[in-house]
Design a protein around this ligand. Structure first.
Ligand SMILES: [Zn+2]
Length: 336
């Protein structure tokens, strides 16, 4: 149990770190609504994006991102289209994409992959505090009280405190800041078709890359795919969890769809060619590491000599390859 929860802890902590500058800046969030295909819109909230499709009978949207954003979006949708949100389709459970859906609960159904509900529940039993948190537990009661938590944890403290007792347990930290994620009212295992007002949207499970419930939202007539964290355009994923094979498989599942625009949950949107380029990079990492190992080179030597020209100029194109190489090296050496 603890083993399988560890990546969740790491991802939650990475999430915490990446949200600090925004939370402390106290500026109005950068928000915009851009039409990308007939009746289909991509919406920005700072570094996060979602999409919605307008039909005659209501709106189908993807990730709600957070409560403040969703409250703003609900007002915009009412004003611009005077139609309710009928469906919220989750790309995955991570708090920074999936929070805030409760704002639409009066009119919407929520659909996520069938692994999603489990990610929202607390792991059973007592779990130790993660090692980096243990040092913060000044009174040694195996709980992190509000007063012990560092500033950068305050933005997500309440979202993590599942039983609202003012202290974070090992189990609460292992689950992550998911208090405001509205659970799916319906789940699916492989594909789920949603029809409304004569329009069709498909949810496609892409496997366990990044999260156990990773899915993309496919708009076949609009020829658009929306995906967060796994599908990226000219941007490398942070870590390729649980392994690079899951990412390659996910890219192939997405590439099998017939579409033009790759609308992403972060940063640039792109095209199907960007998805292919990301898959080709991932495959190149595998072949580079495999041939390096075969030639008897150390991890460090492989990291120092590897060159991936196709990711030049991509976001994180300089920083992530050594990390991906190390992950693949460990996988091929059987050390993880
Ligand atoms: Zn993300």
């Amino acid at each position: 149990m603890m083993q399988s929860r560890l990546p969740v802890v790491l991802l939650a902590l990475i999430g915490l770190l990446s949200v600090i500058p925004q939370a402390s800046a106290q500026e109005a969030p950068a928000r915009s609504i851009v039409n990308i295909a007939p009746d289909l819109y991509r919406v920005q909230n700072n570094n996060h994006y979602t999409v919605f499709l307008v039909t005659s009978e209501g709106i189908i949207m993807s990730d709600p991102i957070n409560r403040d954003f969703s409250t703003w979006l609900k007002g915009e949708l009412q004003q611009r289209f005077n139609r309710p949100v009928r469906y919220v389709l989750y790309t995955h459970h991570d708090w920074d994409h999936a929070s805030g859906g409760a704002v639409f609960a009066d009119t919407a159904q929520f659909i996520g992959h069938h692994n999603m509900p489990e990610t929202l529940t607390l792991p059973a039993g007592e779990l130790p505090l993660p090692e980096n948190v243990r040092k913060m537990d000044a009174n040694g009661n195996r709980r992190l009280e509000r007063g012990e938590a560092p500033k950068n944890m305050m933005a997500t403290f309440d979202l993590t405190d599942a039983n609202k007792d003012g202290a974070l347990s090992g189990a609460e930290l292992a689950r992550g800041p998911l208090n405001d994620v509205h659970p799916p009212t319906r789940t699916f295992s492989d594909r789920q078709t949603v029809t409304l007002g004569g329009k069709t949207v498909e949810m496609v499970y892409i496997g366990e890359a990044h999260a156990r419930d990773s899915s993309v939202i496919y708009f076949p007539k609009e020829r658009v795919v929306f995906g967060a964290d796994v599908m990226q355009a000219k941007r490398l994923p942070q870590a390729v969890t649980p392994n690079i094979g899951a990412y390659i498989d996910a890219m192939r599942t997405i590439e099998a769809l017939d579409f033009d625009i790759a609308a992403t949950g972060h940063a640039l949107a792109g095209t199907k060619a960007d998805v292919t380029a990301l898959r080709e990079y991932l495959e190149e990492v595998v072949s580079t590491v495999a041939s390096g190992i075969a030639a008897g080179r150390s991890l460090k030597e492989i990291q120092q000599t590897a060159k991936f020209d196709r990711v030049k100029g991509w976001e994180r194109g300089d920083t992530q390859p050594p990390i991906h190489i190390a992950q693949v090296y460990a996988t091929l050496k059987g050390t993880r």
